[in-house]
Design a protein around this ligand. Structure first.
Ligand SMILES: Cc1ncc(COP(=O)(O)O)c(C=O)c1O
Length: 385
């Protein structure tokens, strides 16, 4: 018996394959985008307390009231957004489920979704599962900016939505106020949704993180998605959320209910503790990541990689063509085996694989000692290519 045709184009994540090769060769894994250091203690304690306190049954499908309240409060405090926890917020199993539920709730077959590329690899399968067509528009080198004319030309009468992922995986771009204003203008002109994906919202090293829902006329056409995973270093907890107008929250909650019933109850209770952290937590968090970015970028520069300095998130998308004629997959495998540092081949972030042929992505969400270990190995690179 054959599997459904819609799964035919899904490939196993290259990141998992690189991880396998990395462990075979005892390489430092800078491929996987998750931290190798612990999450905040207060949240771990709160999770244990919740489990011991018997918060172990289904939570309210669209999210425990205490967490939805905390999410609403945080958006008010950080972004000046008035969010009604009962009518606007759905808690999901990570931003991953949030995006899939939103696509399935809002897209019809044949709808077009604009995806700036390179892009986080889930958006393609999300579109396919919902029967929608992704339409790609490039972030232009050298600084991964959006070309206003090209973006304008990409919008058309079939455009249902655009994905706004800032800070951006894999380029580290933080979209500027002007770029956000143009996206807002085009969404309004073409009656399209802005679907945000903001798990790196608290990792910004230059520029500012903007929420497009705060632009005039955008609140009613924005679906805001974010997650606990990166901000509180707990990618395994699987908690994310969606903020949407009430009319869209209703179908989104139905899809979410059928797909998952709900996110883990005790972890929702503990998540609310993280939301109460003061500004000091977020400032220190961003400062630590900025140090790691500066450290890794200096090493990569020294070895001859070319890249735009990431303004946010925890990735460097580096052009290795000054160093090697290999394609990206060959270079990434060679570097894992021979140098002992694993990365993600650039083609995993492009619709046309050849566009990513000269890139590999490094993740710097690692302990300083992990990065120092990687730096020592990378120092041999120039001599070996
Ligand atoms: C841009 C982007 N969106 C979403 C996710 C997934 O987030 P979550 O762990 O909340 O599902 C990731 C994780 O790497 C990501 O980079």
């Amino acid at each position: 018996m054959l599997a459904a045709r819609r799964t035919g184009t899904f490939t196993e994540s290259v990141i998992r394959e690189m991880t396998r090769i990395a462990s075979m060769h005892n390489a430092v894994n800078l491929a996987q985008g998750f931290p190798d250091f612990p999450m905040p203690d207060a949240m771990k304690q709160a999770a244990c307390t919740a489990i011991n306190g018997d918060i172990n049954q289904y939570a309210v499908t669209w999210g425990a009231p205490v967490l939805r309240q905390a999410i609403a409060e945080k958006y008010r405090r950080w972004y000046g957004m008035e969010v009604d926890p009962d009518r606007n917020v759905t808690v999901t199993c990570g931003a991953t489920e949030a995006m899939a539920s939103v696509f399935m709730a809002l897209m019809d077959a044949g709808d077009e979704v604009i995806v700036p590329e390179p892009f986080y690899e889930n958006y393609g399968p999300d579109a396919i599962l919902a029967g929608a067509n992704p339409v790609f528009v490039p972030f232009e080198r050298p600084n991964w900016t959006l070309d206003p004319d090209r973006l304008r030309r990409t919008f058309n009468s079939r455009t249902k939505a655009i994905i706004v992922n800032t800070p951006h995986n894999p380029t580290g771009r933080v979209l500027s106020r002007d770029e956000m204003s143009l996206i807002a203008e085009l969404c309004i002109e073409h009656d399209a949704w802005a679907i945000t994906d903001g798990p790196y919202e608290h990792m910004v090293y230059s520029g500012h993180h903007h929420e497009i829902a705060t632009w005039p006329g955008m609140r009613e056409r924005t679906i805001t998605i974010s997650s606990l995973s990166k901000t509180y270093s707990c990618t395994g907890w699987r908690i994310g959320w969606i903020i949407a107008p009430p009319a869209q929250t209703d179908p989104i909650r139905k899809v979410h209910d059928f797909l998952t019933v709900g996110a883990p109850a005790p972890l929702q209770a503990a998540a609310a503790v993280g939301f109460a952290f003061d500004a000091e937590y977020y400032n220190q968090f961003a400062a630590h990541y900025k140090d790691r970015r500066d450290f890794l970028c200096a090493v990569l520069k020294e070895q001859g990689f070319e890249f735009a300095m990431p303004e946010g998130a925890y990735f460097v998308l580096a052009d290795f063509s000054p160093l090697s004629d290999f394609d990206d997959v060959t270079f990434a495998k060679w570097m894992t085996q021979e140098i002992g540092v694993a990365t993600v081949p650039g083609s995993s972030f492009y619709s046309r694989k050849e566009d990513g042929r000269n890139f590999v992505r490094f993740a710097f969400c690692k302990k300083q000692e992990t990065l120092e270990n990687a730096a020592e190995r990378l120092s041999m690179l120039r001599a070996r290519v």
